[in-house]
Design a protein around this ligand. Sequence first.
Ligand code: NAP
Length: 259
Amino acid sequence: MFTSISGRSVLVTGGTKGIGKGIAAAFAAQGAQVAITGRHAGLGEETAAELTAIGGGPVSYLHGDVADPDSCAEVVAQTQDRHGGALDVVCANAGVFPAAPLAEMTPAELDEVLSINLKGTFYVVQSALPALAASGHGRVIVTSSITGPVTGFSGWTAYGASKAGQLGFLKSAALELAKQKITVNAIMPGNIATEGLADMGAEYIAGMEAAIPLGHLGSVADIAAAALFFASDEAGYITGQTLVVDGGQIIPESLEAMG
Ligand code: NAP
């Protein structure tokens, strides 16, 4: 259906598990060369080996913390080294979602969420700019959320602010980078079944399922499909935009509204 992206060089931050792993798997299945990052080397190497064994493009793990600009620069350089000097697609996906009531949140807790989710997006994209410009079809794909930009959840003021902040970044970045033919778009997932979400507990998940018109949590493949679309040549005229992938969760005004 779409022009092949086989051989493209792709970097997925936070690609060792969850949504990022799903995105990495989807790009590798299309024959792209994929680098995934995270802060736990054991899991990262395991995931890279697992995805490479499926066949398709190679997947390698690079140790990196998106909250550290030097680490982002190093990860980008290593990705280029492994992929013949190129970097075509950056998926700024790494994120954390610890809950902290506003009344009790410490400055350190706030800093952690903003540093990883929001500043981490800046750092990895900034590091990748020369390579993305050289690509001729550079793509930045941000994993934002419905939480923050559209909806709220008690305990997630910092998380929501970080995810809404990513969308503020996206609009102006799209303008700045358009001259270099780099597009910047974001996916806004609803509730997606990942290791991170499983940590929220069964009660949270049951409550969410009841609030989703399509009746079930999304899969990492649902988000990966949106990432593949934004990375495609056919999406080359789309920039500064968002795509909600949430099973209809943001539509109903109440549970009764779902009929
Ligand atoms: P997850 O299963 O917890 O995976 C998070 C990934 O990010 C891991 O690979 C983790 O590896 C990495 N990571 C965390 N902090 C990092 C850092 N400082 N530097 C580099 N990597 C880091 O989470 P997920 O559910 O897949 O979420 C992924 C993204 O989707 C996040 O941005 C999240 O906000 C967004 N999202 C998720 C959902 C959902 O329902 N799951 C909904 C909306 C948006 P290490 O821990 O080893 O660093």
